[in-house]
Design a protein around this ligand. Sequence first.
Ligand code: C2O
Ligand code: CU
Length: 571
Amino acid sequence: MISIFLIGCILVLSGAESALGVKTRYFKWEVEYVFWEPDCIEHPVMAINGQFPGPTIRAKAGDIIHVDLTNKLSTEGVVIHWHGIRQAILSFQYIGTPWADGTASISQCAINPGETFPYQFVVDKPGTYFYHGHFGMQRSAGLYGSLIVEVADGEKEPFHYNGEFNLLLSDWWHKSVHDQELGLSAVPMRWINEPSSLLINGRGQYNCSLAAGTCKFTGREQCAPRVLRVLPNKTYRLRLASTTALASLNVAVANHKMVVVEADGNYVEPFEVDDLYIYSGESYSVLIKTDQDPTKNYWISAGVIGRKPNTTQALTILNYQSVHGGKLPASQPPVTPSWDDYARMRSFAEKLRTLSRSYLPRPPLSHHHRIALLNTQNKYGGQTKWALNNVSLSLPATPYLGSMSYKLKGAFDPTPPPESFPGDYDIMVPAANSNCTVGNGVYVLPFNSTVDIILQNANALSANTSEVHPWHIHGHDFWVLGYGDGKFVEGNFNLKDPPLRNTAVTFPYGWTALRFVADNPGVWAFHCHIKPHLHMGMGVVFALGVERVQGIPGQALACGLTAKLFMNTKF
Ligand code: C2O
Ligand code: CU
């Protein structure tokens, strides 16, 4: 019933609030560069309405979000992706809004300087989400913010809390994204190196050393940490989301256990931890009890794991309101676990289970289709690339959604990429032939089919190196059926209560198995969420049910081969 009503809302864009409480939340956003001091060092950042991070969107499940996004950058296009939002009401997928997914070259043409694009979509599921630029390396330039969806009126969360805080995690470089981009494509490649700082809600301290007293916790407004002010003996929900460009993180609250209750907008069986691993593209909610000595303050820390760290921890303070919030905790911040303890990271990942007393779907017991993706680092004409089954993704000039909807020829490579890799490939050593190809072919998935993805990690270009890759899917959630070391072997999938998420990590020299139902018509990216890796080709494109897509706005088509069509058609 409610879904039918929502359709009405989408189509006629009715008033701000209806009798049933379904709301359209309107936003007018302008993207531009401003000078800012995210880590107390001034640098240009990509801001929205002059704010960094961008404004937090808060909505209720079922609401319609409408953002008129104006590009005020003088020389570059822009798009915004709503990370974790599936752009569909899944019981009525035919009226999805895949054109609002905000992926340049995939769902739409980049918005040109001076132009405005209307994003409109339903947030159908409560949870902790975020949004970010999805064109070039604009996410690394600071184009991001939080998107929080609360339960619909009359609904309840399956846990109780007295208050909540929102912590959006990111990493920050003192090198411009243009510089970074150029370096990544250079021959030989110039790596971006480790972040200058880690930020919590866009605030950090460059080279912060507590011992040397170089951390600036007060004074500078733009980089002073947002202190979490709490009352004793209450339960608080911390919403954690990571939009880092590179860093995998471990988060801890000194002296306080955390109970994990949500992952990527889906409820999980609660489990208690001392610290939490979060990879780029993931989000979690944890509950903490303020049951410690209320005359003290406590550190909250986030530190780099998964790569040899060269960045100081991000810090903020949990402040029991009986003490002054500016008083630094007497004890040391939590120590980040060793960066290469992958067994510990994996055991955290394996604790996640879909909440049993929830309506969340369980996976179909078998699959129709399996795609095995070998993750390798390669060379192409001297450049360093990342490839899947030896193909490195390079996005086309005409976005797929338009070219596929209008069946235009020549917009992208018509041959789909390989669905598997040679069975005798040795994942433990650098490839004998490190060359890959570059392409923009698409995996066309039968609509409503159940698809298994096996992500097979391998050795990178240099010996004894294999990296962490958090893989993120657009337009869908997947079930994480299992992880393993070495080469993928059949069996041991969790089909009973696997977590439903939109991002899952692949550990060095290991594999990760995912399953999803391809039920959301559109063209969707599936990629490593590490920004430089995607830039170097670490992604694939899925298309499904494109013939069912309706209502692509003309502006989404105003480039490449669809531009002509757009000019000739009255939309
Ligand atoms: Cu948050 Cu395609 O990414
Ligand atoms: Cu990666």
